[in-house]
Structures are given as structure tokens and as C-alpha cells.
Design a protein around this ligand. Structure first.
Ligand SMILES: O=CC(=O)O
Length: 333
């Protein structure tokens, strides 16, 4: 019997034993191309024909570019499954994948990312509340506290507003309880009481108005791009702290820089940026920013869990014809 063919886009860096086990029962293909035009040509040449499932990493976009309509159309007709190793899948045009005949089914990696991403959000929140970004930068330049804007603020008694109360948001809420914070959240759909864990559901505008710290935990898609911009900043408390561990483009970065300069936004903690790896110069020079280069899931344990999860999706796809964690847009496909 011929072995199922799998396309590997990116590297397996941790889950070597599971990948090795998978490769004994399958044939793994890797592209020879190193640029998007070459990858498109390689797909069209037929060299990758016969692959049924792809394992892809976030970083593989440096070769393939985004999985937009052009790429989805060029991928081998045999490809039925795309297992994406990441929680956020904004690099993939899911509608274009669904429109293929038969559809190209996409999975992401939920839950495995929750702890590490929420830990990062808590770190950014504390850093932004306390002005640690400026303190750390000044110290390294031999300037001690020279760049620190003033006294910081404590989390105790403050209201945490979570926009996008999924696994990461709920994990962050639990961690913030230890800091004596109360949580309000906004999702399009209100959660069952047990899942909400005591957090209060509020409308979008009320979330903006009530949060002392606003944490963005929602996926980036056409409905959420720039969901936070000038009109939304104006509805927030003056001096609000904003934390973003989701995707840079859910917030309008130009507008954020202006809101920081005017003091409407007091400080921000950011792990993600609109045009990574570029960082807006207005953020770099502002002392009220705590910035890290997209390291939310960047731990040995979490990276390993994510790879294992993603391999699990590939394995399930070829063995049962179903992905373990299909993206919500394809739940009814
Ligand atoms: O940003 C990280 C992820 O989407 O998993």
C-alpha cells in the first residue's frame, strides 16, 4: 500500500519522537523553494502532487507567504488538510480554503498556548502598570530611573477588561484574581456561568468605559482588524493601560501612538505589532511602553506541546479523515 504523503512547511524543533513515528507510516515532502514565487511554481510544477495533509508553522510564511487565495489555488489538488502550528491563523484565508472543492480543512492549536500567553499578558500588564519598560531601558543605559515617568500603579482593586474571552482570556482572568483584580469581558456570545468563572459580561462600549486594564485576546480577522482605534480610545478611562498579546492589527498602531502621546492611554504592554518585525518608532521612543518581540508562546514546554498538538491533527486527518481542532469557521463544513 502506498503511504500517505505529508507536506512539511517549517521545522519540527521539539516533538522529534512523534514526528519520527509519523514519518514511518507516511512519506514526508518538503519544498525545495526558498521564496514565494518559487514555491508557487513548485506547487504548479506537480512536484508536491499527492500530498493530503500539510503541517505548517507561522515562520514558514517567510517562504510561502500568506495562505491567501492565490496560494490556496496553487496548492496541490490532493491537499485536504492544513494543520497550522499556532493559535492565531490570520496567515490563512480560511474562506478560500473552504471554497475549494473538496474543501481544504484547517486546524489551529488552542489550549496548549493558554498558560504561556496569559503569563506573558500578566507580565506586560504589571510592567505597563509600573513603568518597568522605561526603568529597564534606562538602567541599561546607565541612567538609573531617569526615564521613568513617575510612580506606577498597583493592580489590586482594578478592573481588568478582557476583549475576547477564550482560553487565554480565562487563564489570564484566573491569574489576575491573585492580584485582587475583578474582570469584565466582552465576547459576541456570553459564556455559560461556569466558563465565565465569575467574570461579568458587558457590551463592547461598556467594556471600554469600565476597564482600568484592557487586555486584547481576540483573533485577527476582517471583523476585528483595528477594532480598537481613535473612537474607542476616546471611550476609555483617561490613563487606561492596554495589553495586547493577540495580533498587532486588532489595534490601530498609529492611533495608539497618538493616544499614548496625549495621555489618553496611560501605558501599553505589547507582544505583537502591526507589521512584525517592524515596530512603530512612536512606540519605541515612548517611555510608557513595555514591548517584547512576539514571545507569547516562546517557551520550551509550550512549543513542544504545540508541535505535539499539530502533529496530532495531521495524524488524525490521515487516519480518520478528521482534524482534532478544526478552526471555528469550518465547524459546520
Ligand atoms: O502567536 C502565536 C500563536 O498564534 O500561536
Amino acid at each position: 500500500m502506498t503511504k500517505p504523503k505529508i507536506l512539511l512547511l517549517g521545522e519540527i524543533e521539539h516533538a522529534h519522537a512523534s514526528w519520527q513515528a509519523l514519518s514511518t507510516t507516511t512519506e514526508i515532502l518538503t519544498p525545495t523553494s526558498t521564496t514565494r514565487p518559487a514555491f508557487l511554481a513548485e506547487c504548479r510544477s506537480g512536484r508536491l502532487d499527492g500530498v493530503t495533509a500539510a503541517y505548517r508553522t507561522f515562520a514558514s510564511a517567510s517562504i510561502t507567504g500568506p495562505w491567501d487565495a492565490e496560494l490556496v489555488a496553487a496548492l496541490p489538488a490532493s491537499l485536504r488538510f492544513c494543520a497550522h502550528n499556532g493559535a492565531g491563523y490570520d496567515q490563512i484565508d480560511v474562506a478560500a480554503c473552504s471554497a475549494r472543492e473538496p474543501p481544504l480543512r484547517v486546524s489551529n492549536v488552542p489550549t496548549a498556548v493558554d498558560d504561556a500567553t496569559a503569563d506573558t499578558a500578566v507580565f506586560l500588564m504589571l510592567g505597563a502598570l509600573r513603568g518597568f519598560g522605561a526603568g529597564m531601558a534606562g538602567l541599561r543605559e546607565g541612567a538609573w530611573r531617569a526615564g521613568v515617568a513617575g510612580l506606577g500603579r498597583d493592580p489590586q482593586g482594578k478592573t481588568l477588561g478582557i476583549l475576547g474571552m477564550g482560553g487565554i482570556g480565562r487563564n489570564m482572568m484566573r491569574k489576575c484574581e491573585a492580584f485582587g483584580m475583578r474582570t469584565v469581558y466582552h465576547n459576541r456570545r456570553r459564556l455559560e456561568a461556569e466558563a465565565a468563572g465569575g467574570a461579568e459580561w458587558v457590551g463592547f462600549e461598556e467594556l471600554l468605559a469600565r476597564a482600568d486594564v484592557l487586555s486584547l485576546n481576540l483573533p485577527l480577522n476582517k471583523n476585528t482588524r483595528h477594532i480598537i482605534s481613535t473612537p474607542e480610545f476616546a471611550k476609555m478611562k483617561r490613563g487606561v493601560v492596554i495589553v495586547n498579546t493577540a495580533r498587532g492589527a486588532v489595534m490601530d498602531e498609529d492611533a495608539l501612538v497618538k493616544a499614548l502621546e496625549s495621555g489618553q492611554v496611560g501605558s501599553v504592554g505589547l507582544d505583537v505589532f502591526e507589521e512584525e518585525p517592524k515596530v512603530h518608532p512612536g512606540l519605541l521612543k515612548n517611555p510608557n511602553t513595555m514591548l517584547i518581540p512576539h514571545m507569547g508562546t516562546y517557551t520550551v514546554e509550550t512549543m513542544e506541546k504545540m508541535e505535539e498538538w499539530c502533529i496530532g491533527n495531521v495524524k488524525s486527518a490521515i487516519e480518520t479523515g478528521k482534524l482534532v481542532s478544526p478552526v471555528p469557521e469550518q465547524a459546520d463544513l
